[in-house]
Design a protein around this ligand. Sequence first.
Ligand code: ARG
Length: 634
Amino acid sequence: MIDHDGIDPVDEIELVDTELGMKVPALPEADIAVDLHELEQLAPYNRYLLPSLQQDLEAVVSSAGPNLPLLPAKSEIDADYAVPAHRLLAADPEAFNHLLESISEADDEQGCFEVVAEGPFINIKIKRDVIAPWVIEEVLAEGDNYGKNGADLGRTVVLDVSSPNIAKQMHLGHLRSTVIGEAMTRILRANGVNAIRDNHLGDWGTQFGMLGHAFELWGDEIPELKNPSTQVTGLLKLYVKINQEVLAEKESSADGESPLEDAGRAWFTRLEEGDPAAKRLWQWTYNLSRAEFEEVYQRLGVEFEYTLGESLYSHINSEVFRAFVDRGLAAEDDKGRLKLVPSDEKMHALTIRKSDGSSLYGTRDLACLASRLHWFDPNEVIYAVGAEQTDYFKQVFDGFSQFAGDETPELTHLAFGPIELPDGKMSTRKGRVVFLSEVLDEAHSQALDRVTSNMERRGIEIDDEHIDQVAWDIAVGAIIYYDLKQPAGRKIVFDWDEALNFQGNSGPFLQYTNARINALLEKAGDAEVEAVTSSTDASYFKEDTSGVVGDLTMLMAEFPVVVRRAGTTHNPTLVAEHLYKLAHNFNSFYRDYPILSPDTSEDDRRSRLLLTAAASQVLKNGLKLLNIPAPDRI
Ligand code: ARG
């Protein structure tokens, strides 16, 4: 028999009353705390040059008419913003001219943009040469804080992230929730949000009953269960085995019934009712899984303020049933199941209690929402969960909104598409699973090959341990960026060559650019870089801004705007795309503008070093927001 005795069964927990008329568990202690003080130090958004300019322009434009937007100019127009004022021009040409004038006047003192009307379009072009020194100064003065702002101070958002299921290894699907959730958290914090990550572990449910029953039946036959390092694999084997047998039973029986499945359900009911032996087995698998997950989280460099699994909420199942029935928001059907009453008849009713009295995934999500509301009083709860759960979340959100009424926070399902390796789809039930840890290992070994040959080619010698660390940084960076560069909703088919291509639109390309800049600054020498960047006056920046230098300047100036927009639209891809443009432009600049060459004049060198230092800062800040490691050398 496997030794999983000696672990205390899950403790009884303290319940507290809430304004919602439903008891919830007392908030467990946080694993790490959010530093609210740090958030409060953030300066306002409009302290940045471009955001403040944009706000001024928006004010002028909107005062001329309610339907006049300030839009980013189309790429074929040589401008940065455009106001399409067709109606205004047609209805009132004088007002149109007045608007044109007011926009020009908005810039009287600074002279940092020009205004040109083209038919009904009022185009606004930022003068790169004017803003370049200002932007560089701004970036260097703000340093690691550049891009951060307090626009959303006072706002609290709970992020439901990662949330793998215990007794199984974490699979590739949970990668996206972890990666997107982490980037979203960092971006929200950069906008002043009190962002609380909660890892809603799948540690409860009928599948657990199946596993428990399988363990009692076949636990002794699975060799992997005897060895601590393979126990999670052993559990997965059990899970696959019982699912296969259930399927076989169903196929061979006339009525499609499976006694094995019934027994699994009964096992779960035992667990819900607090049977000590069942709880012990549960606790054992829980601890095993947590340790495995932890390794993956460390690799990915993520942490959570809370890891509150579904099991916590199983303590208030009866509260959920009662509270929803009392308000007429749930009703029993003819089979004795309790179902939510949707606000819209066309919506499918979510079952929250099975006929045998046990709870479901949705019961626990409703309980969890009530708890989060009581604990954190959030403005919003964001669920970074796969798109296959879209209908489910509609049901949960609908049920909860009816229940909590005006108290309901904004509820957002940040849905992402499936992720596949080129070989085909993964599925736990059929046993063809791709584990996240295997993918990380594969990325690491591929990255190691590339880094080693790179170093050899460039004649750089560094020790193995360092190379190994760099390979991990690249592997993790490649995976994270590959995920974030495409809009979340899209399906991802992993392509190693694309993800690890040092020259393409990839994490390693960004990391490589960063390392390249570091090497350059190092070569220039600390003293020189210090002299150039410590000056708060970048007015000696003299460079022709018509081409790539101007583009780089604009990309740096826009960075805070992108950070803001990525936060409000829940879209980390905006940051990823922006960083790619920045890195791409930097590389063109570096190619065309010699910096340390003996032929470069003193002034040019200082100017170019200044721009390089600023671009490097923005790139670093952006990588940090996406949680992509930025090794000094590659
Ligand atoms: N454990 C679930 C799964 O692997 C995801 C949980 C998502 N979060 C939630 N609150 N339902 O599919």
